[in-house]
Structure formats: structure tokens, C-alpha cells
Design a protein around this ligand. Structure first.
Ligand SMILES: [Zn+2]
Length: 290
């Protein structure tokens, strides 16, 4: 909820203290931890640094609220598989083949420049999957000015629209690194941020495929967002090769696979349009974990 500008909002000393504290925090970030720059100096800084989520002027973002999702609260045994960093010859087609063979829906957070270069790999193959934004060149958004973050995210947004015919609504910042400017650009695009609650640990289990499968299946809970990669080192190929075993292991425990957006919709009790999933939408349930 954004109630800033509400004239009835109390403006007591407590609130002033909080604002001053924020000014100090921002000043410390601006100076690289070297000390307090001062609120006035901070306000005169232009353009905003990566640390700042402030808007320079009055604005009307399409998304006035940016959510950050690690997982969702649901009693339904739903899980969202997500794949980052593609599309690339290694190993996007293999991941798509498995998802097709197992009739599983997933979410791909694509790198814009790779999507443009490798559009043929995903042509006509992303129909039932969701596609999210993973920046133009796997950029570290925590270090980017507003202008550069906007360029990276918007270019990727446009590429996704042109190549898949759909507008992305989710942004996953590479490495989970984000700055204030990330939030600003996300709001400008109506995006929410999709992080993850379970990482497929391909490096740790590169020599232990069965252990990799077990770690995913044992640690998945209703509402888990699983992060895998469809691009990268040979250890990631191990993870892609184990995808059928992961899917079957989760199915054996009663899990159904949905996109991140479908997961959110199910958790909020809304219908899941066009999913083909018969999962009943139940009344909002208490959180399944702390
Ligand atoms: Zn990534």
C-alpha cells in the first residue's frame, strides 16, 4: 500500500527520525561507506545512484507496488520450476525436451541478448511456459544507474514481446542482486521481482546426480520456487539430465507444476487462466511455513 501524500498521515518526531536515518544510510552508500554526505547533498545528486529508489519527480508508474517473491504461501502442492540464463544451445533444448515429454509447465528467465541471438531454439516452444526478464546481458543491477538499468530491462522486455508475443510481468535480477534503481525500473514496467526459495545445487552435487535429485525433492514445499539453469558449466548439464527424475520425484509426492504467475494466482485464491491444470482453488489458507 502506498499512502504517501495522505495529508492525515502523522508527521511526528518518530517519522522524522526514520527519514533522517534513511538519509544517513543513503549518504553512506553514496560515499562508499566513507561517511555522511548530508541530506541536502544527497537530494542534489542527480542522476540517482543505483542505491536510490527515489523518483526524481512526480510520476505515475504502471505498477505502483513491486512485490518480491521468494515463494508463496499455499496449502496446495504446487511448485514452480524456473530456468535462468538461456536460451543457449547448451542446455535449453534439452530442458525443453524434458518438459515436453513430461508435460510440465515452467518459467524461463531469459537473457535478452541470448534470446535475440538464439530465438530459433525457443521458436514455438514456449507456448505453455512463462517467460520472465533476466536483463540484457546478465547484468549486475545493483551497480547500474537508472538509465542503464532501464536500458537493460526494457530492451529485454521488448525482445520477449517481439519473439514470444507476450509481455513479461516478472523480473529476476541476476544473482538476486538489485539496487534502488532496479525497483524503480521494475515499477515502470509493471514488474514484480521473482527470486527463489530452492536452488538446484548443481555444483555441489555435480558428481552425485542422485543426491541432487534428493535435495530438490526433499526440500520442496507447497509454493516453492525452484531455481535451475538451462545454460552453463557441465555440472548444470547434470542438473538438466536429472530433470526427469526431479519431476517424477515431485509428482510422486503429489506436486503439480505451474508457472510463477500461476503459483501466485493459486496462492491468492484466484483462477489460473488457461493452465490446463485441474488443481482446485481453495480458500486462502494459513502460511505453510514461518
Ligand atoms: Zn542468471
Amino acid at each position: 500500500m502506498n499512502d504517501s501524500g495522505n495529508p492525515r498521515r502523522p508527521e511526528g518526531p518518530g517519522r522524522r527520525r526514520i527519514v533522517k536515518g534513511l538519509g544517513i544510510a543513503a549518504g553512506g552508500l553514496l560515499a562508499g561507506g566513507a561517511g555522511f554526505v548530508g541530506e541536502q547533498a544527497w537530494q542534489e545528486k542527480d542522476p540517482p545512484t543505483p542505491a536510490s529508489a527515489a523518483s526524481v519527480d512526480s510520476w505515475q508508474p504502471p505498477g505502483r507496488q513491486v512485490d518480491v517473491l521468494w515463494a508463496v504461501d499455499t496449502a496446495q502442492r504446487l511448485v514452480a520450476l524456473t530456468f535462468d540464463d538461456g536460451p543457449m544451445e547448451r542446455w535449453t533444448p534439452q530442458a525443453l525436451d524434458t518438459l515436453d515429454a513430461e508435460k510440465v509447465t515452467a518459467t524461463f528467465f531469459v537473457v535478452g541478448s541470448r534470446l535475440v541471438r538464439n530465438a530459433r531454439l525457443v521458436h514455438d516452444r514456449l507456448g505453455r511456459h512463462e517467460v520472465g526478464n533476466h536483463t540484457w546481458k546478465h547484468d549486475d543491477l545493483s551497480k547500474m544507474s537508472h538509465a542503464n538499468a532501464y536500458r537493460s530491462i526494457h530492451r529485454t522486455h521488448t525482445a520477449i514481446k517481439e519473439i514470444t508475443g507476450r509481455e513479461a510481468t516478472l523480473l529476476r535480477p541476476p544473482w538476486g542482486r538489485l539496487g534502488g534503481t532496479t525497483l524503480h525500473v521494475a515499477a515502470e514496467h509493471g514488474y514484480d521481482l521473482a527470486l527463489w526459495s530452492l536452488l538446484v545445487q548443481d555444483r555441489r552435487y555435480g558428481d552425485d546426480p542422485a543426491g541432487l535429485v534428493e535435495a530438490v525433492v526433499d526440500n520442496t514445499r507447497p509454493g516453492t520456487i525452484v531455481l535451475a539453469h538451462d545454460v552453463g558449466a557441465p555440472s548444470r548439464k547434470v542438473a538438466v539430465q536429472q530433470l526427469p527424475a526431479i519431476i517424477r520425484g515431485l509428482r510422486a509426492k503429489g506436486f503439480e507444476f505451474v508457472t510463477v504467475s500461476q503459483l501466485r494466482q493459486a496462492a491468492s485464491g484466484r483462477a489460473t487462466p488457461g493452465t490446463g491444470h485441474a488443481a482446485p482453488i481453495t480458500a486462502p489458507s494459513p502460511p505453510s511455513r514461518p
